[in-house]
Unconditional design. Structure first.
Length: 264
């Protein structure tokens, strides 16, 4: 299916590694020019080089996402260089483990890292998105629906992201801008791998996690998240807005207590 993304300009925050890198590659493969925002300068340069070597288009704009001035300057630089912005992907964030007993300052910092920077980016790019009748894709988390324990800051931010997805979809419908949110659950990324390695028995921990995922008892891949993001951002999904989409093998909405295999 041709997704009609040729010559579109897409900003992906945290687009140099993990799910973000998969999203960057997927948009580039569809002919978009992908602009990576974030602080991972070296990783972004490597990915841009890889994409450019394949004949596709990518660019990198170094900025700390919690630095409002830097984010606004990066958006202005994209506009100056490429002349348009068609899509924002709010992917950058971190499950920072700021729990209920953490200092209030840490909770505020978690909100800055995981949701306030998203507001800043959308506001900075809003006029460009109105001009292009663009799209916004937020990358949420299953814990905004399920809870997780020990991570109040991150959960608060991702819960806010779900709410803002619907608020912005309503606010921006008058301009033809669509806003949707994709929620991963258990996705194997470098960060996830490092977390597993710290467990007493990484293999056993991984098997236990897989057992909670109803469809095929396996982790979701970053590419499966990316493919959904790119499709929903494309004109092929032109009447989809305000949706919170779970790409998780049924982790959130199917009964994980069920361990029997489906009959064929």
């Amino acid at each position: 299916m041709k997704l009609e993304l040729d010559h579109k300009v897409v900003i992906v925050t945290g687009g140099a590694k993990g799910i973000g890198a998969a999203i960057t590659r997927a948009f580039a493969a569809e002919g978009a020019t992908v602009c990576i925002f974030g602080r991972n300068r070296e990783e972004a340069a490597v990915l841009v080089g890889e994409i450019s070597a394949s004949g596709r288009k990518a660019d990198t704009f170094h900025c700390e996402m919690t630095d409002e001035a830097a984010v606004r300057a990066a958006v202005a630089a994209v506009w100056a260089k490429h002349g348009r912005i068609d899509c924002l992907v709010n992917n950058a964030g971190v499950n920072d483990g700021v729990g209920l007993r953490a200092p209030v300052a840490d909770f505020r910092a978690s909100l800055e890292t995981n949701i306030i920077q998203c507001f800043v980016l959308v506001q900075a790019a809003l006029d460009a998105l109105i001009a292009s009748q663009g799209t916004i894709i937020n990358i949420g988390s299953k814990c905004s629906v399920t809870g997780q324990g020990g991570t109040s800051g991150y959960v608060a931010a991702k819960g806010a992201m779900n709410g803002l997805t619907r608020e912005w979809a309503l606010d921006l419908a008058q301009y033809g801008i669509r806003v949707n949110c994709v929620l991963p659950a258990e996705v194997m990324t470098p960060l996830y791998s490092r977390w597993l390695e710290k467990r007493p028995d990484p293999a056993a921990s991984l098997d236990a996690i897989k057992a909670t995922i109803p469809l095929e008892r396996r982790m979701t891949t970053a590419e499966e998240i990316a493919d959904t993001v790119v499709f929903v951002a494309s004109p092929r999904s032109s009447h989809t807005t305000g949706q919170i989409l779970h790409v998780d093998g049924g982790y959130v909405h199917l009964d994980r207590a069920c361990t029997t295999k489906a009959s064929t």
